[in-house]
Design a binder for this molecule. Structure first.
Ligand SMILES: [Zn+2]
Length: 299
């Protein structure tokens, strides 16, 4: 018999020992391609440091906080997240006593409306996620911003928070360093991982695939030199093009079969094997079916 501890999914643990500096004062804790671990950013200015995403649950949050303290010295800490999903934002409680937490309004509203159901769902995935989420308390940000963007001056370093409306969630936010041309995308873009379509009708249907593709184009139009995806390896703008290409091609294929009168189950059966074959090496193929069912729902 195999040992489930060896054969089961890995624990979603942030490992700050892998922290690396991708540009002067810009750090990433890589996800090591571990499912439900995000890429985490720490952007250090003269006066303050901004943390981008914090891992899932209080222990991961504390790990990220400790890493942020280490590279930030005594600077004021700020935290934002790319979107409300648990592995990106459910470690925020560790930060709340000492860091200023800022979200856009839709992120905050997503968290209030869907935080608890997502906490329950993720706890049910496996023992490792349940352990990571043990003791999780969902906390509000200290501040929210309205509109499409907010700018933070960390002291000699400008950071833009931008949001584009419903895409992967209602409140997706990119973090853009205009001088260094570094872009943090959250799950708007993952690298060699099939895009996560959180299509869970009727509980969560807050996806807009057309806007999502448009947001990826808007991100490409920024001409980023470095793209830090929500999950997967850090790279360049080719990450954005790959995800957008996947989405547009799949949307068109699904629309054609819908016009031919096929239902979602038939379309999944017809398309999924070919899509897998078309993207060899991409991880998490279970998300192909979710994407197909989303596009099939568009009629
Ligand atoms: Zn997500």
């Amino acid at each position: 018999m195999s040992d489930p501890a060896e054969s089961g999914p890995p624990n979603p643990t942030v490992d700050a020992a892998n922290l690396r500096e991708i540009a002067p004062g810009v750090f990433v804790i890589p996800d090591r391609r571990v499912p439900l671990v995000p890429n985490i950013g720490i952007i250090v200015g003269r006066d303050a440091a901004l943390v981008v995403d914090c891992g899932m649950g209080p222990a991961n949050g504390a790990t990220v906080l400790e890493a942020a303290r280490r590279v930030a010295g005594g600077r004021q800490l700020l935290l934002t997240i790319t979107h409300f999903h648990p592995e990106h934002g459910f470690g925020a409680q560790a930060f709340r006593p000492e860091a200023a937490i800022i979200y856009n309004r839709a992120q905050r509203d997503d968290l209030r409306a869907k935080g608890q159901p997502y906490l329950d769902m993720f706890r049910g995935f496996h023992a490792g996620t349940a352990a990571a989420l043990d003791g999780t308390v969902l906390v509000d940000p200290h501040a929210v911003y309205d509109g499409a963007s907010a700018e933070i001056d960390l002291g000699g370093r400008r950071v833009e928070l931008r949001t584009f409306g419903r895409a992967h969630t209602n409140g997706d936010q990119i973090i853009w360093l205009p001088e260094e041309r570094i872009l943090f995308t959250g799950d708007l873009a993952e690298e060699r991982i099939f895009p996560i379509f959180p299509w869970f009708p009727p509980e969560d249907m807050d996806i807009d695939g057309a806007n999502w593709a448009a947001v990826l184009q808007a991100c490409a139009d920024l001409n980023p030199a470095t793209v830090v995806p929500g999950h997967g390896d850090v790279g360049g703008a080719e990450i954005l093009a790959a995800v957008r290409g996947y989405m547009l091609a799949l949307a068109a294929s699904v629309a054609k079969l819908r016009r031919d009168g096929q239902d979602a189950d038939a379309i999944v059966a017809a398309l999924e094997p070919g899509v897998r074959a078309q993207y060899p090496g991409w991880e998490s193929p279970e998300w192909i079916g979710f994407a197909i069912r989303y596009y099939a729902s568009l009629g």
